[in-house]
Design a protein around this ligand. Structure first.
Ligand SMILES: [Zn+2]
Length: 480
């Protein structure tokens, strides 16, 4: 069996991956807070962990991998967006606005990530559906002396967990010095973080032993991971920006509430996304959502192109989005589409991916090498098609779209150029043949034109080619 090696942020080295249970490999990845379109930075972990999900499914079997990615649908940012909408004239109450906003954003997320070729995780829990589990976990933390209630809040007592900071390699005192911590009179220590907070009457809120309120962000992931994957599971993933404090806090909560478990054994973090060498930011004007890119009609960016650019860089390096890289992706993918256009994908259940591809991915997701391996398969179009699809490229929708555009192009603008040239070639060969009495070249070209579905009309004024009902522009391309 293939051995997958992964860089474990918790131990800071590459380790051979061995799941706790081979018949159920379990992975949790932090999902989006749903109030806005996903930007390029949000999309990177989706694509990276989709590749890992596909690899795990290949090695352990598609029915033996559980991938959980949550939706954070209760959060101060969501409340703030709902208030903005009210200020802009929305007369509905806050809960109604939030329900609409979060439902709509989840729909967008599915559409946009689907266009990037990402499979849906096995489970996508919404935080608001697991509030009871969060309240239960907070209760256990208080009982065990790791949390305390104060002024309607519940806080995690960071000093009660000696391993706090181990994942990011910092001591609590270093963290206090190096980060902006919220000072509040009810905190025992500035690093203590919120597990539960009170809600204003108009805000979303749930009854709890500490009054009506809502959970903090960190406890959401701990509670949902525990409910859906258990106290110990295999892989926890997310962006590097989540390592501290979010993942550090998840570990503290989960390990203190369930010391019998180990929580996640492998921690994987993807590096950040830049645009033209700079951090994405609204003020620099280089901030865009996945949908902005896909809708830029003039540059014709496809989901496959975004996926290709993302995977051309290793997940532990910063990924820089540039025009040159988009152009390379466009060239390669256009070529893949063209050479595989008339092929039918093999049954995924019967198809065995290329060993080179699997070896590259098994080496800490070396997607750059995996893409190079795919490019080397160009001379074997069927293998290219099947392996590219195993990597999440060349979806049915993308292929149908390419084919439609190609046909439209070939019968329209492209027709006049390519066909005009072929008609002239045919006319010249025919005239030569009348002199030499050797018609072999004319006959060969005519046969090729007919097999491409073209009608050949010869008149005194020259040769005219007309597409018939079975015209196939791909075959036209092959005529020399
Ligand atoms: Zn999380």
């Amino acid at each position: 069996m293939t051995t997958i090696r992964l860089y474990n942020s918790a131990t800071r080295r590459k380790e051979a991956f061995e799941p706790l249970r081979r018949d159920d490999v379990r992975m949790y990845v932090c999902g989006p807070t749903v109030y806005d379109r996903a930007h390029l930075g949000n999309a990177r972990p989706v694509v990276v962990f989709d590749v890992l999900f596909r690899l795990l499914r290949h090695v352990y079997g598609p029915d033996h991998v559980t991938y959980v990615r949550n939706f954070t649908d209760v959060d101060d940012k969501i409340n703030a967006r709902a208030r903005e909408m009210q200020a802009a004239g929305d007369t509905r109450d806050m809960n109604a606005i939030i329900r609409m906003l979060t439902d709509e954003t989840i729909g967008w997320y599915h559409d946009d990530m689907g266009e990037l070729g990402a499979l849906r995780p096995t489970q996508e829990p919404r935080a608001t559906e697991w509030i009871g589990a969060m309240i239960g976990m907070i209760g256990v933390l208080i009982e065990r002396g790791h949390a305390y209630a104060a002024e309607g809040h519940v806080l995690f007592d960071v000093r009660s967990f000696p391993a706090y900071g181990r994942l990011s390699g910092r001591s609590v005192d270093e963290m206090i010095a190096g980060s902006r911590v919220e000072i509040a009179p009810f905190k025992r220590d500035p690093m203590d973080f919120v597990l539960w907070k009170p809600s204003a009457p108009e805000e979303p809120g749930w009854d709890s032993p500490w009054g009506r309120g809502r959970p903090g962000w960190h406890i959401e992931c701990s509670a949902m991971a525990r409910e859906l994957l258990g106290e110990s599971f295999d892989i926890h993933g997310g962006g590097l920006d989540l390592q501290f404090p979010h993942h550090e806090n998840e570990i503290a909560q989960s390990c203190c509430a369930h010391p019998e478990g180990s929580f996640a054994r492998f921690w994987l973090h993807n590096e950040m996304v830049q645009v033209d060498g700079k951090k994405m930011s609204k003020s620099l004007g280089n901030f865009f959502t996945v949908r902005d890119l896909l809708d830029r009609r003039e540059s014709r960016v496809t989901g496959d192109m975004i996926r290709f650019v993302m995977l051309r860089t290793h997940y532990r390096s910063p990924m820089d989005w540039t025009e040159e890289k988009a152009e390379e992706a466009r060239r390669v993918l256009h070529d893949w589409q063209k050479v595989t256009m008339d092929l039918v994908p093999s049954d995924p259940a019967a198809f065995v991916p290329s060993t080179v591809l699997i070896d590259a991915l098994s080496d800490d997701l070396n997607t750059h090498e995996a893409l190079s391996a795919l490019m080397r398969l160009r001379s074997e179009p069927q293998r290219l098609l099947d392996n590219a699809r195993a990597m999440g490229f060349l979806s049915d929708e993308g292929r149908a779209e390419f084919r439609d555009e190609w046909l439209a192009y070939s019968s329209g603008r492209g027709k006049s150029e390519v066909m005009e040239q072929l008609a002239q070639d045919f006319d010249r060969l025919r005239k030569d043949a009348l002199e030499t009495k050797d018609f072999s070249k004319v006959d060969a070209l005519k046969a090729a034109l007919l097999s491409a579905g073209l009608e050949v009309r010869i008149s005194k004024s020259g040769v005219e080619l007309e597409p018939g009902p079975h015209f196939d522009p791909a075959k036209l391309e092959c005529i020399e």
